[in-house]
Design a binder for this molecule. Structure first.
Ligand SMILES: NC(=O)c1ccc[n+]([C@@H]2O[C@H](COP(=O)([O-])OP(=O)(O)OC[C@H]3O[C@@H](n4cnc5c(N)ncnc54)[C@H](OP(=O)(O)O)[C@@H]3O)[C@@H](O)[C@H]2O)c1
Length: 339
């Protein structure tokens, strides 16, 4: 890494502490701020949040304008844009089916995106970087709720281990930069997110947007019943993406530590309860059936959000309200719906 970061202290002590001599505080609203993945679910919410908070120098590039897998192009972009802050919300993302079917794509593309962006950010001495991972980084059989310290304490869920390993590598790269160069970069691990801009594709989407689409289509078709996979008993946690964006800015302005921070609500619902909330929100009046011959997946997945609460943040958007808002967005944006 030739060019940078020249102003930062370098240490060869691999046991160096997790803190830097940086004091978090309000970010400069006029500084160049690159949101990688600004058209995605998370990136677009972060962009909206930053705009609303008065940031005037936001930088975004679509994947057609800048393919983050192209290392040379990424370095050229950083040289030109000179961002002072970076949120890395660009990634190849998908549900279980996609992850299980195309594991090498999820591993290789995500590793390349991350390494290119983080290397270029280091080369240019970017002051603050927020790397986003996901709750799948935790071992399959980790105790619930999931605490940050459970990382690397057991085997991963095999259906998305390739994606998880890429994300774990990202956390490690952030920590390694902190240790080697003293830069105050951080990582956050969101729980399941949903909201405006989500992926509603029948094959590539997560459980909540898939349910919204299925129930809305059933309502429009006048179907007497909708059948869901499994028993409906697994418990899952969902965070509205506008809350996620709020948490991201909060962490950038208030948190400086090597350990990643879980971002969630700290509460979960059963898939059965979720189905009822979605049916109510779309106005579907038919019956809800469960195909119990289909697998349920992990019984429970809930983040421990103590660390986030200690950093002074908690979720505000309730699930019913958030789902109503997402259904309204889905109806109004039929022409932009992915998949
Ligand atoms: N959604 C969730 O429930 C959830 C939960 C936990 C964590 N996360 C994390 O949040 C991050 C963002 O997820 P998301 O849900 O917002 O995903 P998303 O909606 O699929 O958006 C991903 C974004 O990444 C960009 N991208 C992908 N490949 C690229 C490439 N080669 N070059 C440039 N840009 C590329 C896409 O850009 P274009 O649109 O321009 O193609 C897209 O805007 C991921 O790291 C994910 O792990 C998401």
């Amino acid at each position: 890494m030739s060019g940078a970061p020249r102003t930062m202290t370098t240490t060869t002590d691999t046991t160096a502490p997790s803190t830097t001599d940086f004091t978090p505080g309000p970010l400069d609203r006029t500084a160049p701020f690159y949101v990688a993945g600004h058209r995605g679910l998370v990136g677009s919410a972060i962009w909206r949040k930053l705009e609303a908070e008065g940031f005037t120098n936001l930088i975004g590039r679509s994947s057609t304008e800048l393919d983050l897998k192209d290392r040379e192009a990424v370095f050229a972009f950083f040289a030109e844009a000179k961002p002072r802050y970076v949120v890395l919300a660009a990634a190849k993302v998908g549900g279980i089916l996609a992850n299980n079917t195309y594991p090498v794509d999820f591993l290789s593309e995500n590793l390349r995106i991350q390494v290119n962006v983080l290397d270029a950010a280091l080369e240019h001495g970017v002051e603050r970087v927020l790397f986003l991972g996901s709750s799948c980084i935790y071992p399959k059989l980790a105790p619930q709720p999931l605490k940050e310290e459970y990382l690397l304490t057991g085997h991963l869920e095999p259906t998305n281990d390739a994606y998880a390993i890429a994300k774990i590598a990202g956390i490690l790269q952030i920590q390694a930069v902190r240790r080697q160069y003293g830069l105050p970069w951080i990582s956050a691990m969101p729980t399941n997110l949903y909201g405006p801009g989500d992926n509603f594709s029948p094959t590539g989407s997560h459980v909540l947007p898939a349910m919204i689409r299925r129930y809305e289509e059933a309502r429009l078709n006048g179907d007497a019943s909708v059948t869901n996979w499994g028993t409906g008993s697994p418990l899952r946690e969902f965070l509205h993406v506008d809350d996620m964006a709020d948490a991201c800015l909060h962490l950038l302005e208030h948190y400086d530590g090597a350990e990643h921070v879980n971002v969630g609500t700290g509460t979960d619902v059963s898939i059965k309860e979720l189905a009822s909330i979605v049916a109510e929100a779309v106005g579907y009046k038919g019956t809800i059936e469960w195909d119990t011959t289909k697998p349920d997946g992990t019984p429970r997945k809930l983040m421990d959000v103590t660390k986030l609460a200690d950093a002074g943040w908690r979720a505000r958007i309730g699930l019913e309200e958030g789902i109503r808002d997402t259904v309204a967005w889905y109806r109004e944006h039929q022409d932009e719906i992915r998949g």
